[in-house]
Each structure stands twice: as C-alpha cells, then as structure tokens.
Design a protein around this ligand. Structure first.
Ligand SMILES: O=P(O)(O)OC[C@H]1O[C@H](O[C@H]2O[C@H](CO)[C@@H](O)[C@H](O)[C@H]2O)[C@H](O)[C@@H](O)[C@@H]1O
Length: 374
C-alpha cells in the first residue's frame, strides 16, 4: 500500500468549527486538540508506576512450576469462571447477540495482535492462521468489517491482505476506506488512488503533523536501546513502540528509564502501555474509540437504531473502543483474555481460537438467515 501520494494534514490539523461543519461530522468526533489530561511529569520509573504497569502488561508464560501448581489446585479456573459471570462468553451469548441484531446491520471491528493472531515473541512473525483469514474474509462478505490496530496501516494491511476491509492503523490515527462507501460529502477529504488496490480511497490522519517528530523519536529510541539485549523498536508512522517481551526482566527498569528520558524532551508525546510494549504516541484526543465513531459516521452507520457494532480486542488500547460502545449503549465490546481482568467490554472470548469460532458463527447465522428470507 503506497500512501505517499496522500497529504491530508492541512485538512485535519485545523479543526475549527468551520471545518467541522464543512465535513458534516459531529463536533466531538473531531475534538483531537491537545488533551488536557496530560499525565504528571515522571521523575523516576521505579516509583511512578511504569514498572508495575510493565510487569502486569501481559499474562506471564506458564513455567513447569506453574503447571505443577495448576495440578494441585483448580483455583485459577474457578477465578476465571467467576470472572465470566461479569464478562460472559460471546459464544454462549451468541443467541442473545443475534436476537438484538434483528433488523439491524452488524458492523465488525477487529483488533489485530492477540485477537486475530496469537501473541508471539517476534512482532514480525505475528501471522493469522489460514482458518482465521477465511473467517475474517467470511464476515467481511456479510458485514462491514474494519481492522483497528496499533500497528502502522501498511503493516497491518500487509498482514491481513484483504482489500474488502476498512483499516485503521496507529491506534486509529491512520484510517483508509474506499471512496465509494462514503455517505456524506467528502469534498474536504483527501481522495487518492491506492496503487496496490488500484482504487480510490479516503484517508483520515489526525496526527499527520507528528510524523517528523515520531521519526526523530524512533531513531533516538533505537539508539538508546541498542545495547539492551532483546529490545526492539517499531516505527508505526504516527506512533512508535518499544518492545521488551524479549528483554530480561532485570533490564526492564533500564528500558523504562531510556524511554522516560527520551520522552522528557517531547512534551507533545505521551506513553501508553500495551502487552510487553511501551507505546509512544501524540498527545491528542484521538484513540481507537474515536476511530470507531469516525468509521461508523463516515460509512453512514452511526444510527444506533439500525446498527449493531461489535468490537473484539485484547489490549488496553481497545478499552477506548469498549468504552465508546458501553457509554453509547450500542453493540458489544468483546474482550479477548484467558485471564480475568477489569474491562469496559460486555462479553469475553478466551483466545484467538474462540474469536475465529465466533466470527464463523456469525457467518453461518447470516447465511442461514439469508436462505430463510429467500
Ligand atoms: O492494536 P494491536 O493490533 O493489538 O497492536 C498492538 C501491538 O501489537 C504488536 O505487539 C504485540 O504483539 C506482538 C506479536 O504477537 C508481541 O510480540 C508484542 O509483545 C505485543 O505487544 C505490535 O508489534 C505493536 O507494535 C502493536 O502496538
């Protein structure tokens, strides 16, 4: 996917009411001014919570000792099943979901890592299974389907490779969707021919002005972490990730300190925690939740009476999307997790296998419904 033809910055970095009105969107969708919620300045990663967050950022792999403990006690299962009382399985709630979808259009939003592909040590080898690929292709045939990932748009498109989907990369800061699918005036949008797919597209890039800054920070982070074995830095164009999954735990304070020291020089950037990854991103009021609202509105699917959005994700950044659905009392947030954790989601799935089963169930249900109607 070659996005080099595109220059959307002038359109969206100026979000005056005039521009918002021209675009025909609800003003809140465009309130991506500098957030007022900037965290307090961090002085010491050992006492400011960064390390605690890093330690709890992903379920630990089981050691032989853990497995022995599992045999001695089924406590973890009991805890998990108790947790499921609050976050019921989307599979066992399937009939409830499709009943609620009666006469509504289901719209599917999918996170990538940990949702469509299992978490693996090497971010460059996080592939979907062939079956998962078919399941995603299947849902996209019947329902508008979007991937919303922390990865760069190019990377997530390369990994998924389905032209029939909508994509949002960099935690929703880089959105691409076919021009023909718009239901509102896009005169202010940048339309561009996507070379790879050979079709007209719309792009929305609310953090475009940050690209040079992210490039600079990326280079600095690569430099300062180069002597920490296992550290790996990714450039997602609108954000950067510092991975520590393969770094020895004793070096985590060092990696946190490096990132902290670099961020001190960039007050317009902020840090969020992912699964064994520190995410550096622009301090703007834009996230996966805003991307969901944006896509629904762009596609003419924001009428809550006619549309049932379903968002499936596993990460902290997906919580912003769960929150939007919960607070708007629309659709379902589904958390993918094999361990109990607090979430704004309504339902849960244990792992990528259950995600695949859920997507396939939607396809079967829709096909049976179509056959019945004919
Ligand atoms: O929003 P997502 O699509 O879930 O992307 C979030 C991050 O995913 C990737 O990292 C995670 O998955 C890797 C591969 O399984 C794993 O090695 C890493 O520890 C996880 O944090 C991706 O590499 C990141 O850049 C994304 O931000």
């Amino acid at each position: 996917m070659d996005l080099s033809l595109v220059d959307a910055s002038s359109v969206f970095t100026d979000c005056t009411p005039t521009n918002q009105t021209l675009l025909g969107f609800h003003a809140s969708v465009f309130s991506h001014s500098i957030s007022k919620n900037k965290p307090a300045k961090l002085d010491d990663v050992r006492s400011n919570g960064w390390l605690d967050a890093m330690q709890s950022s992903s379920p630990r792999k089981k050691t032989l000792k853990d497995i022995a403990i599992d045999f001695a006690s089924d406590d973890s299962d009991i805890v998990y099943y108790s947790w499921m009382l609050k976050y019921p399985s989307a599979l066992s709630s399937f009939h409830h979901i499709v009943n609620r979808a009666h006469k509504k259009m289901i719209v599917i939003f999918l996170d990538y890592d940990g949702t469509l592909s299992p978490i693996v040590d090497d971010p460059n080898r996080a592939f979907m299974s062939i079956d998962m690929h078919s399941a995603v292709k299947g849902v996209a045939k019947h329902f508008p389907t979007a991937i919303i990932s922390g990865r760069s748009l190019d990377k997530v498109y390369e990994l998924v490779g389905l032209t029939e989907l909508f994509y949002a990369g960099s935690h929703g800061m880089d959105i691409i969707f076919p021009a023909k699918d718009t239901s509102i005036s896009y005169t202010s949008y940048i339309q561009s021919t996507n070379k790879q797919q050979g079709k007209e597209v719309n792009l929305f890039q609310p953090a475009k002005e940050f690209i040079p800054m992210i490039n600079e920070v990326f280079r600095t982070l690569v430099e300062v972490t180069k002597d920490i074995p296992g550290a790996f830095v990714e450039n997602h164009k609108f954000c950067a990730s510092v991975h520590y999954r393969n770094v020895e735990e004793k070096s985590w304070p060092m990696i946190a300190q490096c990132v902290h020291d670099v961020l001190k020089d960039y007050p317009r950037l902020t840090l969020t925690h992912g699964r064994k990854v520190l995410e550096i991103r622009p301090l703007i009021d834009w996230d996966k939740g805003k991307a969901v609202e944006f896509l629904l509105e762009s596609l003419g699917l924001s009428n809550t009476n006619d549309v049932l959005p379903i968002y499936i994700g596993d990460d902290r950044t997906d919580e912003d999307a769960f929150k939007v659905l919960r607070e708007g009392n629309r659709g379902y947030g589904i958390l993918v997790s094999s361990v109990p954790k607090e979430s704004k989601a309504f339902l849960s799935l244990r792992d990528t296998l259950e995600v695949k089963e859920f997507l396939n169930s939607l396809v079967i249900w829709k096909e049976q419904l179509s056959n019945t109607i004919i």
